[in-house]
Design a protein. Structure first.
Length: 284
């Protein structure tokens, strides 16, 4: 005998969903949970897989075709659109925007916009719901995460505007995960400026279940963090930005004084501006 889902998830069985970034850590886990709960799911990702349509969300035509194919596989009805696709390059915000900055905006902001626009007609027919994954970094300014922060703050504005214009017929939720150890951080690790230890860590499950609960809620919540600490952080970042900046500046100053990012070329200017040049190795 199958155990029925918890009360707050009972609207989910039988719904039809599209998940972007479905081959990634968050996306694949969310697809598995939703299917376990009886949701019909089709994924979209650059990396095609069983049940996942290959689609580059920076390409208008691929998005139109990919979303149309996904809706067709779902029998023409779409109830949920869940966005995970994203990139997180390490950049120096004081330098001219490079290919990594353009990619962050194209994927994180415009990719979300493109896929949503392609799905809106189907979502309107079902009075469906859009869940957009932003980040606590949308309100927390950390060094070298500028492209990611700008794109994620922009995507929260997109969600707000979508809610303002379409909220009478669509539910729109913005989810704010904290730091989760997934491959999105490979770029910053390779550059030598990983965020590990800078902010409290959360688990993949925290984010996945926050999204699933938002999908299953009787009424679409507006803003959702993944943990209680994340909820407190979201409140702090939003209502006390000056205090947030002071805390971050103090934390960064202490880390730099301890030689953080010492081997990263991108961090040399930051060390100099904080008056903490990286110690040079002594001659043997």
């Amino acid at each position: 005998m199958t155990t029925p889902p918890p009360r707050h998830l009972r609207r989910l069985p039988g719904l039809n969903a599209i998940v972007t970034g479905a081959s990634g850590a968050f996306g694949s886990a969310t697809v598995a949970v939703l299917r376990h709960l009886g949701v019909n799911v089709v994924g979209i990702d650059r990396k095609p897989a069983p049940g996942v349509i290959g689609c580059d969300i920076t390409d208008d035509e691929q998005v139109r075709q990919g979303v149309a194919e996904a809706v067709e596989r779902l029998g023409g009805r779409l109830d949920l659109l869940i966005h995970y696709a994203g990139v997180g390059p390490a950049v120096d915000i004081g330098r001219t925007p490079d290919v990594h900055v353009h990619q962050a905006l194209e994927v994180n902001l415009l990719g979300t916009w493109r896929v949503t626009a392609a799905a809106v007609p189907a979502l309107l027919r079902s009075r469906g719901r859009v869940i957009i994954t932003a980040s606590l970094l949308a309100g927390l300014q950390l060094p070298f995460a500028g492209a990611y922060t700008v794109s994620k703050r922009a995507v929260t504005a997109y969600a707000d505007c979508l809610r303002a214009e379409y909220g009478t017929h669509l539910g729109v939720t913005t989810v704010y995960p904290g730091y989760v150890d997934t491959p999105i951080h490979n770029s910053s690790r390779a550059t030598g400026v990983a965020l590990d230890g800078l902010v409290p860590a959360e688990t993949e499950r925290d984010t996945v279940m926050a999204v699933v609960r938002a999908a299953g809620a009787g009424r679409a919540p507006r803003d959702v963090a993944s943990t209680a600490l994340g909820t407190a952080g979201l409140h702090l970042f939003r209502h006390f930005p000056g205090t947030t900046e002071q805390i971050v500046n103090l934390r960064i100053g202490l880390l730099l004084a301890d030689g953080a990012f010492a081997d990263a070329e991108i961090a040399q200017g930051l060390h100099a501006r904080h008056g903490s040049p990286v110690p040079q190795p002594t001659a043997s």
